[in-house]
Design a binder for this molecule. Structure first.
Ligand code: B12
Length: 726
């Protein structure tokens, strides 16, 4: 076979079998793999990564002493092959290990063995993904039984394993509920963690009844005649349920997601269970009448869909006498400020759970400051902390007059709003915060004007000739063409969350994420592919994804950190000036450096594009969200975002073709990222391209694109152009 493998550039699976038979010990597995490796690489010149070794595994169902240690030998064999023969890969028919056991037992043993094989370094597994349970979801008792057997930890391991699953059948017949022996509070926690919303209302009733009994001695709450609720007692108990049961459970979900034990679709289901629980809990929270206590405008910031925390704040503040106006989630800066002004808000509350979306918070503060307002802003959410709140208090080195106050949780939120309502407490609070914020201020550094320019030079001979000057509209980009540029891996793994958490950068942790998500990923990928095919069809039939674009080519030159864009019909007239920041260290790069400077004999060229998938995606998302179809809405949102990316790439390639640039030239830069962080510059793009008139797009006052699934990019043709961060 090896000459064929070599001639066709193929890879090959090599079983660890030789003239003496199948390798049963780790020593023999390595010995045979070594022999095959030497022949393949030395005699046939194959690369090690063309070899995939199957270390073989045997059933443990026979229960005899000879077979008992074979799974450990397999794991050890995989480890040794990977260590001794760098570059080679491994594969394994995992479920052989359980051949002969009952199906329920097989699934557990296969899942646990798969987990340990991956830990040992297994690259590929032959296994039915529908029969694999995530390691963390297998009950500890079953895991122990399986591991006793796999690691040959006791002579009766096979017998105990079989006995357990024989009994399991009867236990199942007796319909033993895993939560049966739990207290209501434990059961509630279990329901959030195991994504089982059914029954959480009854659990909440039971936990509250227990708490009320403790406080008041009332035995048969809530039926006791004359006992009306909500009242101070039920409120106290409900707050405890929230703080001691629900919030920690949700945090645990997040931590498990963070370290790769859970995939995103599961987190969504937990979130749905949490929402249901919180909604039911509200009936126990006392509503304090408080006319004139104050008016609060609440929102989850633009780009962020996490609203469970914000909804909680709403409940707690409303129940404590505040008039709360909830603007919902994904709220643009402009809307927050406009509504706060219109409603004469006493306080604005903002929630953000992503590091990326927390950047919206200083934009709100800046906009309030620009309008000369002084409404205190409360900020909260998992992505930020007290230091962040203090840092964003400053607008251009001045503290914002209204103050920015971080709140760790809903109760600190209530306490803060209460303090703001009292003039003396308000002054003390704001002054104290301002002092703390000032301490964190660093001495002002170099400004852009004093930084030396990079060494990049632009040459007149590199400037391409466009097919036309000025702007054009493409009313419709063909959806099937656009889908060809859809990055499915990014959609599945990152946007739809199939790759586990994207939120942590720690290398060791990410390694763990990758290892653990492998078995799940295979099944998930097929599910996602089906879902994508269905959604593509619906989009084509119903038109909710309707990519369209405006783009254009303009004469341009640079001046310092700016690009001057000239009128194509009158090249002495500057239409707009784009400003870009410059790196303070590294290569001191600024996007303007890629363009010929003002005063050059030749004109340079700047290309711009704005792409959108149209308003249909947002409308559909909002409708689903209103029907509480969070999972569907989440998948739809993700596809719309990636379709906007695909449409951007599609048009970018077309523009590169029109300019006659080779594939290694031309880089597209989008505002809001690395080299051009200021999205307010979108206004200037809209002054050059008819996005408002022809695509019915708008900009928020902070410069965010509406609809959200849109992009605005600048194409740089300079041969040395590359992505960088400022
Ligand atoms: C549930 C959840 C989701 C759900 C949200 C459903 C919904 N409708 O809200 C879904 C599945 C949709 C989701 C999606 C995503 N998520 Co998510 N999600 C979570 C999770 C597990 C729990 C959040 C939650 O509801 N907590 C319970 C509530 C009650 O707590 P809370 O919001 O923090 O609010 C409390 C306080 O913070 C405070 N507070 C909050 N806001 C405010 C505001 C004010 C004014 C005040 C006073 C107080 C206050 O009071 C609240 C109550 O005490 C967190 C994990 C975590 N540790 O937070 C990840 C997490 C936030 N998600 C994360 C990620 C990465 C994502 C995705 C990008 C995943 C992806 N690959 O697509 C997407 C982003 C979508 C988007 N554009 O927003 C990361 C963020 C990482 C980062 N550093 O940016 C986290 C931290 C998970 C992780 N460990 O990696 N997610």
């Amino acid at each position: 076979m090896l000459p064929l493998v070599r001639d066709y550039g193929a890879a090959t699976i090599a079983l660890t079998i030789d003239e003496q038979g199948m390798a049963r010990t780790a020593d023999r597995k390595l010995e045979i793999a070594g022999k095959i490796h030497d022949i393949a690489t030395r005699e046939f010149g194959l690369r090690p990564d063309a070899l995939i070794f199957d270390a073989l595994t045997f059933t443990l169902a026979t229960g005899d002493a000879e077979s008992a240690g074979t799974a450990v030998e397999t794991l050890e064999g995989i480890k040794r092959i990977k260590a001794a023969l760098p570059g080679v890969l491994t594969s394994l028919g995992v479920s052989n290990v359980s051949y002969g056991f009952k199906p329920a037992a097989r699934w557990v043993l296969n899942s646990v063995f798969l987990y340990h094989s991956v830990q040992a370094g297994l690259d590929m597994a032959i296994v039915n993904p529908k029969q694999v349970t995530p390691y963390a979801d297998i009950p500890a008792a079953q895991r122990d039984l399986a591991e006793d057997l796999l690691f040959n930890r006791r002579p009766d391991a096979a017998a105990r394993f079989i006995a357990f699953f024989e009994g399991a059948k009867q236990r199942q017949a007796a319909a033993v509920d895993p939560t049966a022996s739990m207290s209501p509070a434990e059961r509630l926690r279990w329901r959030i963690l195991h994504r089982q919303p059914e029954g959480c209302e009854a659990d909440i009733d039971a936990v509250v009844a227990e708490g009320v009994r403790e406080i008041t001695g009332i035995a048969n709450f809530p039926m006791q005649p004359g006992y009306t609720y909500p009242n101070a007692d039920t409120s106290r108990v409900a707050a405890r349920v929230l703080n001691e049961v629900l919030l920690p459970a949700m945090k645990e979900v997040g931590d498990r997601f963070g370290c790769g034990e859970l995939i995103l679709p599961f987190v969504l289901q937990s979130a749905e269970a949490m929402k249901r629980a919180v909604t039911h809990l509200e009936r126990y929270l006392e509503k304090t009448e408080g006319i004139g206590k104050g008016r609060v405008v609440l929102a989850t910031v633009y780009g962020d869909v996490h609203d469970i925390g914000k909804n909680l704040i709403k409940t707690i503040l409303a129940n404590n006498g505040y008039e709360v106006h909830d603007l919902g989630k994904q709220v643009p800066v402009h809307d927050v400020v406009e509504r706060a002004v219109a409603l004469k808000a006493d306080v604005i509350g903002l929630s953000a759970l992503l590091v990326s979306t927390s950047r919206q918070m200083p934009l709100v503060v800046r906009e309030l400051d620009r309008r000369g307002l002084a409404v205190p802003v409360l900020v909260g959410g998992a992505a930020i902390n007290r230091e962040f709140g203090r840092d964003i208090t400053f607008v251009d080195e001045r503290p914002y007059a209204g103050g920015v106050l971080y709140c760790r949780d809903a109760f600190e939120g209530l306490e803060t709003v209460d303090r703001l309502a009292d003039p003396t407490a308000r002054r003390e609070l704001l002054e104290g915060e301002r002092r703390a914020a000032r301490v964190r201020r660093l001495p002002v550094g170099l400004d852009d004007a004093t930084i030396v320019r990079s060494a990049i030079e632009a040459r007149a001979t590199d400037v391409p000739v466009p097919p036309f000057w000025g702007a054009r509209t493409v009313a419709s980009l063909p959806l099937d063409e656009v889908f060809r540029h859809l990055n499915e891996l990014r959609l599945f793994k990152t946007t739809w969350g199939g790759g586990g958490s994207q939120g942590r950068g720690d290398a060791a942790l990410m390694g763990k994420v990758r290892a653990q998500s492998k078995p799940e990923w295979k099944g998930l990928r097929a599910d996602f592919a089906d879902r994508l095919a269905r959604m593509k069809q619906e989009a084509a039939a119903d038109g909710w994804l309707a990519p369209a674009a405006v783009y254009g080519y303009f004469p341009a030159q640079s001046e310092g950190n700016q690009i001057l864009v000239f009128d194509p019909d009158d090249r002495s007239k500057v239409l707009v000036r784009f400003s870009f920041p410059r790196q303070r260290g590294e290569d001191r790069l600024c996007l303007a450096d890629y363009f010929l400077p003002v005063g050059s004999a030749a004109m340079d060229l700047v290309a711009l594009q704005v792409v959108t998938v149209g308003p249909g995606a947002t409308a559909r998302f909002d409708a689903m969200d209103a029907r509480h179809e969070y999972s569907e809405a989440f998948f739809l949102h993700g596809l719309a975002v990636q379709t906007a990316e695909a449409a951007t790439e599609h048009l970018f390639l077309r523009m590169r073709g029109e300019l006659g640039l080779p594939p290694d030239r031309g880089v597209r830069f989008a505002w809001g990222f690395g080299a051009l962080p200021d999205v307010a510059e979108h206004r200037k793009v809209f002054d050059l391209l008819p996005a408002e008139k022809d695509l019915a797009m708008t900009l928020t006052s902070a410069g965010q694109l509406i609809p959200e699934q849109s992009t605005a990019t600048l194409l740089v043709h300079h041969p040395a152009a590359h992505y960088f961060k400022v």
